[in-house]
Design a protein around this ligand. Structure first.
Ligand code: NAP
Length: 554
């Protein structure tokens, strides 16, 4: 690998780079920036029509981040974090997308990003230690290194409902929302699913639709967001302590979201104190509800206290007793599926034009040309919104034909569930890095904190290898086995595996059920990664290049 100046490169010719990055979401943007700083040539391929990843695709009404904007933002550049003014406590999707575009422009990243281009395959050549990548525009490019920044919630899942093709109205998936405004005014709308995406969009769709049917299979726990505009004074207060806040996020023992640290378990407080604490968090709003006590995801009786509190609140909001009963989750511990954050979700069911349909008791039998049939009844709808989630964490990786040593595909290796070392690499696939992959804190964390940590680790690793003339790095099978066992062990000590969640792959028929993210906390994980690097990349096999790597570039 020879340092080259960043340069604009031809799109269709056979080109060679130091690094190929898949995806121009927050990972791709920051990875490209770091690679440029190292003087490496890189090409980023992005299947979307612009940068932004998740925030490019998820444009459904009400889409916003459930991590506060002052924390869901890059920390790597001081000027960037001081110049960007978030307008609300929880930034809406269009603003996050503008931010991603701002980052791309500010750091002049676009010239190395090729949009509207899917990576179809990546094949490793053991002789040259290089990956050959083919793209949807028919081009072939090569590079010693590939970084997958494909995102964890980017492969939208459309369930195979019988008769779907017969439906005469418009069908939308929340994760693949059109770029043009969608107007449901005067329409009868069906929303299938009641996860985070549905819970954010339902209150807004209900304001437009003449009638809204919400088809619920599993009730989810949701807490109020209490979203509000951010004043200049509030932003300044954050910025005053930004260095310390960012440090605490990186070293956080949980998810990389700075919040008060609980000093006790739920059962250590008497009833009335506990209720007061839950009430205070409910009133202040947001994901931090689960941080009231330190054992809510560890201990079932402790968890029950929080679940009961939320169920009571639902009962207090929803007027119709049967609807209220159905909306109260009862089949999984609170927090074992990602807790949702909403604005007026439960109250929406008090509107006369909104009806909850229980498809747990009466599964959808088929989609009719103008209706959804469940329990022998046709619910007449003009438009359908599928808020049915994603083939999470591995889905977008699986869509690429990745072939490592001996021509073995990654899909074949992961047939029984994903296996990685630190979530960063998978044995048998040298020089292929994964960002926020299975086996890393990933979706259990503030994604930007994790993305920055991974990208920095990878960039430092590439610099280390260059300095020592190392041509390939690969996770060893033994290190991977130990890490997979550790990830499972930590998950097994929590209540998480009790839910049929997408964390477990349970939402995809036939997908192996394994708890995918690492739940040990971003601080612990960071320390482990740093220790591995300090011990000359312990658990990774590095091979010195047989010959100097050829100059990279187009
Ligand atoms: P999701 O949580 O996977 O929810 C999918 C919903 O569709 C579930 O209610 C599921 O029911 C239902 N469903 C799936 N297949 C179905 C079928 N065949 N028949 C009937 N119902 C079906 O997906 P999501 O809401 O898009 O959220 C995914 C993740 O994205 C979230 O957990 C969160 O991490 C992230 N997200 C974050 C935000 C935010 O930052 N605020 C917003 C949106 C999403 P079952 O539960 O019964 O399977």
């Amino acid at each position: 690998m020879v340092a080259t100046q960043p340069q604009s490169v031809p799109t269709r010719a056979h080109a060679r780079y130091d690094v190929i990055v898949v995806g121009a979401g927050f990972t791709g943007l920051y990875m490209l920036h770091r690679l440029r700083k190292l003087g490496l040539s890189a090409r980023v391929f992005e299947q979307g029509g612009d940068v932004g990843g998740t925030w490019y695709w998820n444009r459904y009404p009400g889409a916003r981040c459930d991590v506060e904007s002052m924390q869901y933002s890059f920390s790597f550049d001081e000027a960037l974090q001081r110049e960007w003014d978030w307008s609300e406590r929880y930034a809406p999707q269009p603003e996050i997308l503008r931010y991603a575009n701002h980052v791309a422009d500010r750091f002049d990243l676009r010239k190395d990003i090729q949009l509207d281009t899917r990576v179809e395959s990546a094949v490793f050549d053991e002789t040259s230690n290089e990956w050959t990548v083919t793209t949807s525009d028919g081009a072939t490019v090569t590079a010693p290194y590939v970084v997958l920044g494909t995102g964890c919630l980017s492969n939208a899942r459309v369930p195979e409902f019988k008769g779907m093709g017969d439906f005469k109205g418009q069908v939308y998936h929340t994760g693949h929302w059109p770029h043009e405004p969608v107007d449901f005014t005067g329409l009868r709308v069906g929303v299938i699913g009641t996860g985070s995406s549905a819970i954010q969009s339902i209150p807004l769709i209900a304001e437009q639709a003449s009638e809204l049917f919400v088809f619920q299979r599993t009730a989810n726990f949701s807490v109020p967001a209490r979203n509000a505009p951010l004043s200049a004074g509030e932003r300044e207060a954050w910025r005053k302590d930004y260095a310390e806040i960012r440090r605490r996020a990186r070293e956080d023992m949980k998810n990389g979201i700075v919040q008060p640290v609980p000093d006790r378990g739920a059962l250590d407080d008497p009833d009335e104190v506990r209720r007061e604490k839950y009430g205070a968090r409910w009133n202040s709003g947001g994901l931090t509800f689960m941080g009231v006590y330190n054992n809510l995801v560890l201990d079932q009786p402790a968890n029950d206290t929080a679940a009961d509190f939320i169920r009571e609140r639902i009962a207090g909001i929803v007027a119709d007793p049967e609807t209220s009963r159905l909306l109260q989750p009862n089949d999984h511990p609170v927090g074992s599926k990602r807790i949702c954050v909403d604005t007026d979700y439960y109250a929406t069911f008090n509107r006369p034009n909104v009806k909850l349909v229980d498809i747990r008791s009466h599964p959808i039998e088929r989609i009719q040309p103008h209706a959804v049939r469940s329990g022998g009844r046709d619910y007449q709808v003009d438009a359908l919104v599928l808020a049915t989630g994603f083939d999470a964490m591995t889905g977008s990786v699986a869509k690429i034909d990745i072939r490592g040593r001996g021509g073995r595909t990654l899909n074949d290796k992961w047939a029984e569930g994903p296996r990685t070392y630190l979530g960063l690499m998978s044995a048998g696939f040298p020089n292929l890095f994964i960002v926020t992959g299975p086996g890393s804190p990933s979706v259990l964390s503030n994604m930007i904190v994790s993305i920055e940590q991974h990208v920095d680790w990878i960039a430092d690793c590439l610099a280390y290898m260059r300095d020592r003339g190392v041509g390939s790095i690969e996770a060893t099978h033994s290190a991977e086995d130990r890490w997979v066992a550790h990830v499972n062990e930590v998950a097994g000590s929590t209540l998480y595996p009790q839910a049929n969640s997408w964390y477990m792959g349970a939402n995809i028929p036939g997908k192996p059920q394994i708890f995918m993210p690492y739940i040990g906390g971003v601080g612990v994980y960071r320390q482990i990664c740093n220790d591995v690097a300090a011990k000359d990349y312990d658990g990774f096999a590095m091979v010195v290049a047989a010959r100097p790597q050829a100059a990279a570039g187009g």
